[in-house]
Design a protein around this ligand. Sequence first.
Ligand code: PHE
Length: 340
Amino acid sequence: MEDRLNELRAEALARVAAATDEAALRAVDKDYNGKEGAVTLLLASVPGLPPAERPVVGKGANVLKRDIQGAIAARKEALEQAAVEAERSGAGFDATLPGAPQSRGSLHPLTQVRREVEAIFTSMGYAVLDGPEVELDYYNFQALNIPADHPAREMQDTFYCDREGRLVMRTQTSPVQIRAMERLAPPFRVIAPGRVFRNEEQDATHEHTFHQVEGLVVGEDITVGHLSGVLKGFLRRFFLRELEVRLRPGYFPFVEPGFELDIRCPFCDDGCRVCKHTRWVEFCGCGMVHPRVLDAGGVDPEAWTGFAFGFGLDRLVMLRYGIDDIRHFMGGDLRFLEQF
Ligand code: PHE
């Protein structure tokens, strides 16, 4: 019986030493210590042995079992160590294998078009300004000639940020008009692109978060002619063709007179879904800066005049690419975004 133990020991340890991977080690463990393993069977036979042999074989088999398990664990660690060292040595590294492909992102269409708009206006001498998205009621409304109880407030369903109603998510980029006048001495021309927020029912043309581009020019003897010339010039460069425009009277408390500027539908000659079969699409609100607004910005209305406009950037991107639903912009669907 002791011979049998020695035999098993020699055989098992040789197999452990020869194993080159974990699977081989698991097989050794199974063949000796598994349910039907040689050592297991030997142990099971102990009760049937002559009494004198039982303690020797029983103890010997248990020691052998432990030794095999120890040898397996040691071999496994050695193999792992060797694998780490092989990798560190650089041997077997193939520099010519292709790398993991890196997918390349692209700028959001809103960003691309915003940059284009900025480039066109900066080429016309405009500076690009920023303003806070969480804005004081004062800048978003009061300084723009919209007092607290004015019905015009209902044109824009506002997210308020505090109970007192002093802080709002700006509903328009027009507050940057006041901030611009406070900071700059006329004459100046600026645009202010940015995000705006309204508590609107969402549909294909309305989002709670959207984007506007504000424009403000303050100078001597600025007229409606300058306003329409600048907007026409911008549209020509943006759409790369002459698009007919029309000015309709429009009410915005911070301009007088105020207009809505429409453009000829870029998609059709005789009516389509985009223009709702009117052949015109609304492009922006605009007008001559109200004297009270100049005053609020610290600009003398006797000495200076100005025009302002505000258009929807989302709308412009939709017109450029024929996108039919504004919700795509913030939807985060890669199938949409990867097209740009
Ligand atoms: N702020 C206005 C709006 O959001 C647009 C506008 C800007 C109108 C400047 C006139 C002048 O509807």
